[in-house]
Design a protein around this ligand. Structure first.
Ligand SMILES: [Zn+2]
Length: 270
């Protein structure tokens, strides 16, 4: 699943290819890929020029002359930019025909991703984006502590709750707990104010590192389309040996999500 750094890499890469181009036609090949009314989506956006791409959490926001639309890649979504003559693949569900003879196509093997028309002026205040908590860069430690402290849920699970902070997915939640040397099953109410401040700092650091690595790894579109995925140097996620103590990394399910941690470096307290 693309996480915030991958989505940011997709945003930056796409900007190089589509800014300033007009959408001359929209073809929807799989109706449900648009949430809301498909005809309204197509009618509203056809003829508009793409001015910018914003990102809120893991949502891409395409800003046009009059309107905007959001796109969440979910599990497998990605964008292809192809010459209009290239045959449609069976996993491409929506085509934006652009004024320069290229096409921006949304591809999604699992069909979980969604695009939706939103208000250009107020999308941050409207659903669904208004439900998202701040990104770690904008997080107020007091507010985050208040949310974490009132919960009995594991800290790892709370890191994944996009209404507390947005942008942290399963991979980086594992990495953040490892860097903090905190056991991922520690209940939120047992995490101190000082640790929450550290948690926000580490989240910022790890996501920023990943964005830098993504930006340097991906230079252009390849044949597989732009997913933003890249080889990030991971410390604990999918690892077998702890890079700090050389002990065995354990994998267990925490609230349904694969959780990797070092039982020595991330001892459960109390
Ligand atoms: Zn260790």
């Amino acid at each position: 699943m693309p996480e915030l750094p991958e989505v940011e890499t997709v945003r930056r890469t796409l900007k190089n290819f589509i800014i300033g181009k007009e959408i001359t036609e929209i073809r929807v090949h799989y109706d449900k890929i648009v949430s809301g009314n498909t005809d309204t989506f197509v009618t509203a956006l056809t003829g508009q020029t793409i001015l910018d791409i914003d990102r809120v959490g893991k949502y891409l926001v395409f800003i046009l002359d009059q309107d905007a639309f959001i796109s969440h890649l979910r599990m497998e979504g990605k964008y292809n930019i192809v010459d209009a003559s290239k045959p449609l693949s069976k996993h491409e569900h929506l085509t934006f025909v652009l004024s320069d003879g290229t096409e921006l196509r949304y591809q999604d093997t699992r069909k979980f991703g969604r695009l939706a028309l939103v208000n250009k002026e107020s999308y941050r205040q409207d659903l669904p984006l208004c439900k998202l908590g701040p990104e770690p860069w904008d997080a107020d430690p007091k507010a985050i502590y208040a949310r974490i402290h009132q919960s009995n849920l594991p800290i790892k699970t709370l890191l994944l709750d996009q209404t507390i902070m947005t942008g942290i997915g399963n991979i980086y939640a594992n990495e953040i707990c490892f860097t903090l040397k905190i056991n991922p099953t520690t209940p939120g109410k047992r995490v101190s104010k000082k640790r929450v401040v550290e948690l926000i700092a580490v989240s910022k650091e790890i996501l920023a590192q990943a964005i830098v690595q993504g930006g340097t790894t991906i230079h252009s579109f390849d044949a597989n389309g732009i997913t933003g995925l890249f080889q990030m140097q991971l410390q604990v996620h999918l690892q077998k040996v702890c890079p700090v103590c050389n002990g065995a990394v354990i994998k267990k399910m925490v609230r349904g999500r694969g959780t990797y941690y070092c039982p020595t470096c991330q001892k459960k307290k109390g």
